[in-house]
Design a protein around this ligand. Structure first.
Ligand code: 5GP
Length: 206
């Protein structure tokens, strides 16, 4: 049978590119995908909920978790706050055959790939940098200084696309989501992900 094992989906892309919207639709449409909730030391934004958007912890608590190996990867992002991916959730979901999605920064994605070479690194790109900046301004959650800083970070992040497995241009949201779905379908057809089935038909068992 075609492989249905869990996939580790690591989604990165510049702030304001629409990762959250795309990932939200993917989760709605694919009940077999679980979102990993990161731990952060930043304060919740209005509307954000503990355990849904992030687990909000003090720097001391965060560093203690890091010391105890509780993170798959962690990062000091934008020079001020810590963000980390809890290791146990990812490992236990994957071992139960469920797919896990991480929405993390580019450096974190590259770290995950080095410990899980099978992880799929998906980069969500804006159609253009000017569109990205307008989206950040429209979002209204960042100060002008933060917007400048995030645009500069975006340029830095774009330099790492070549280390990713896939790039999805978010021009129209539904088109971006269907590209993502096509990636998942293709990945499940990879020869390397179907070795048990291949061996069984080669032996004439099936
Ligand atoms: P925000 O503060 O806007 O929620 O997130 C800031 C950045 O941190 C985003 O690029 C987001 O993807 C990234 N991020 C969120 N959680 C994690 C994590 O667990 N690890 C890493 N490396 N980056 C994260």
């Amino acid at each position: 049978m075609q492989n249905r094992d869990g996939l580790l989906l690591v989604v990165s892309g510049p702030a304001g590119v629409g990762k959250g919207t795309i990932n939200g639709l993917m989760l709605e449409r694919h009940s077999d995908i679980r979102m990993s909730v990161s731990v952060t030391t930043r304060k919740p934004r209005p509307g954000e909920i503990e355990g849904v958007h992030y687990f909000y912890r003090s720097e001391e608590e965060f560093l203690d978790m890091a010391k105890r190996g509780k993170f798959l990867e962690y990062m000091h992002v934008f020079g001020s706050h810590y963000y980390g991916t809890p290791r146990s959730f990812v490992e236990s979901e994957l071992s139960c055959g469920r797919s896990v999605m991480l929405e993390i920064d580019v450096q974190g994605a590259l770290k995950v790939k080095s410990s899980f070479p099978d992880a799929l690194l998906v980069f969500i790109a804006p159609p253009s940098m000017s569109q990205l900046k307008s989206r950040l301004i429209g979002r209204g959650t960042e100060t002008p200084e933060q917007i400048e800083r995030r645009s500069a970070t975006a340029f830095e992040e774009l330099r790492h696309i070549s280390s990713f497995d896939y790039v999805i241009v978010n021009d129209v949201i539904d088109a971006a989501v269907s590209r993502f779905e096509a990636i998942l379908r293709a990945e499940r057809c990879r020869v390397s992900r179907n070795s048990d089935f291949i061996e069984s038909i080669q032996k004439g068992v099936q």
